[in-house]
Design a binder for this molecule. Structure first.
Ligand code: 6PG
Length: 245
């Protein structure tokens, strides 16, 4: 597959979330026209959450064959699933509880495990077992959903952290000094092996980072290192976030 990157700008955050939901749905339906299962990874964050609302509340939620979707998480915080900070908990409440998902196909990251490194290795083993490998032998997700923080982080790949240089592990635990917390996250090799990456960013406060990422390719920003080698990157912005590109 020829690598492509497309950027779509919508007038408002609401319209950007709705557009991202449309793209999400079309990727799932296209995948299921070719294969029996759609393997996708969800993201945390308030912007992805607004897209989940659309998926859950609109007709999209009805005619997406959720029982054929295998759900993973691109990252997770070191909290229990019922904690307000949990990415799993947020996705469950906003999206998954409102769809006919097959819960045996939902794979939560246990970043609150006592031994978070073993939990990360187990999660990677699950992915390697369930997600078919792509051209480079790395499990190839049909879709990886990403938001972007104000510092240019995606998933839990934060600037100036060791995990950015990881080339072997697909899922790893990492300490985030700026937060003083541990996280579990996909690494770049796994993210960039995906068939589709959907990055949703809105808000004027992210405009300068979006400019550094997409106009200057500033690789100090993790978002600038998202680059699917055999896939398509769909970047959905609102006008405010896109005002400098
Ligand atoms: C997390 C997310 C993270 C998020 C961005 C965007 O665990 O926090 O996975 O990568 O997507 O921080 O968050 P906002 O949309 O809330 O700015």
């Amino acid at each position: 597959m020829i690598e492509t990157k497309r950027m779509i700008v919508e007038p408002t955050p609401e319209q950007a979330a709705a557009k991202a939901a449309d793209i999400f749905k079309s990727i799932v339906l296209e995948t299921l026209r070719q294969r029996d299962v759609c393997h996708l990874a969800l993201s945390g964050g308030t912007t992805p959450r607004s897209m989940y609302h659309h998926l859950a509340n609109r007709a999209l939620g009805d005619n997406v064959p959720w029982s054929k979707v295998e759900v993973y998480f691109g990252d997770e915080r070191d909290v229990p699933q019922d904690d307000v900070e949990s990415n799993f908990g947020m996705a469950q409440k906003v999206l998954l509880d409102n769809t006919p998902i097959d819960w045996s196909r939902v794979h939560a990251m246990r970043a609150d495990a006592k031994d978070i490194d073993s939990a990360a290795r187990e999660y990677e083993a699950t992915i390697r077992h369930l997600v078919p490998a792509g051209p480079e032998g790395i499990p190839q997700f049909d879709l990886v959903m990403l938001g972007m923080g104000g510092d240019g982080h995606v998933a839990s790949l934060f600037p100036h952290t060791e995990i950015l240089a990881e080339t072997q592990r697909l899922v790893a635990a990492c300490h985030v000094p700026v937060l003083g917390r541990n996280r579990m996250t996909f690494s770049f090799p796994l993210i960039n092996a995906a068939r589709n990456i959907l990055l949703l960013v809105t808000g004027d406060d992210k405009a300068e980072v979006i400019e550094r990422v997409f106009k200057h390719g500033d690789r100090e920003l993790p978002a600038a290192r998202v680059d699917p080698r055999h896939g398509t990157m769909h970047v959905v912005l609102d006008t405010a976030a896109a005002r400098l590109v």
